[in-house]
Design a protein around this ligand. Sequence first.
Ligand code: RFL
Ligand code: PHB
Length: 389
Amino acid sequence: MRTQVAIIGSGPAGLLLGQLLTNAGIDNIILDRVSKDYILGRVRAGVLEEGMVDMLDRAGAGERMHREGLPHDGFSLAFDGRDHRIDLFGLTGRRVMVYGQTELTHDLMDKREASGGSSVYEATNVTPHDFDGAGPYVTYEKDGVTHRIDCDFIAGCDGYHGVSRKSVPESALKSYERIYPFGWLGILAEVPPVCHELIYANHPRGFALCSMRSHTRSRYYIQCALDEKIEDWSDDRFYDELRRRLPAEHAESMVTGPSFEKSIAPLRSFVAEPMRFGKLFLVGDAAHIVPPTGAKGLNLAASDVYYLFDGLLGYYADKSSAGIDAYSERALKRVWRAVRFSWSMTTMLHRFPDTGEFGQKIQEAELDYLVSSKAASTALAENYVGLPY
Ligand code: RFL
Ligand code: PHB
């Protein structure tokens, strides 16, 4: 087989890139090691920046998002028993869209099918080859048969645990990492959200986040220890702990109900540089991970795709390599700003095992300053709605 761009990974990054390329008449094939259903079963992000919304529109897959997504003009920071609204729209003139990653992935998969794009699911042993030379290709196995795809470029959109980054010689890669000493225990439940906007709560017992997927479906998280076991967390125990970390008005009005998803996610910041090795590009979580506190992971995948698509379009339409040559630098500039923001939100809102009561007081002072200073609130809001591409 031969294609112009071989895309490894059918998450948001791979699907979005694939659709933009297909729409521009650039041939591509998407390979993923798992099935479509498995991908759609993963519960992940929920908050989209306007840049991501625009990219979905550009891909021609934004229609349902505009119909069913919830535009949010603000969110709350809760601490010291009270709620403080950050007026995103008032401070920046921009808003975010609450729309699940699962839904967005579904829309992109449907769009790809409708436009006849080729995808191979449950492809094992996917391996990029010769991306340092003139003839890159990807091999994979399917039903016991080995296949080879020759291509011009390989887009490694295969997430943090993917094969693309691991195929690059270690000496060519510099990585930066911070692992946080806690995780998030999250549930999804068919109950109306406790508040019509998101609540990020700092509490001496630990961080909590009240998010949602719709007017009838809530996504709640609490900070937990890394060795916590899901089996030890009944729904009742989860809700009790969540209520303890929220201001009384929310704790009292919260509607509870059985969860249908419960999982623990570790938190880390990670960046691998550069994001290009010859004909191989790393895109999205394959190149970087941020803790979910700033709601940036999925949105960074979208900006990476924006820069890479721009470069590939320049290459095929104008025979210019300038865009692909600039990809890593352009993407990393925005990545590091989001890594900084996600780290600062995480540091400000979570309980750290070694900072004690002093740490709690410092966080409350920072939050108090944030909500009382227009300059500080604006800086927060500007980062949360997403820095320009
Ligand atoms: P994905 O989604 O991980 O997709 C990678 C795909 O590659 C496939 N793959 C392989 N295929 C072939 N061969 C191999 N060897 C392969 N290895 C892997 C996988 O099967 C998969 O289908 O990466 P992508 O596309 O870069 O997208 C990144 C986002 O998924 C991620 O950044 C976000 O989910 C992060 N995130 C959030 N981001 C936001 O912007 N806003 C949020 O509100 C938000 N909340 C979250 C989050 C992530 C969370 N968790 C669980 C990590 C909340 C949580 C709890
Ligand atoms: C979510 O709804 O899953 C979500 C929302 C905001 C975040 C992280 C996750 O910061």
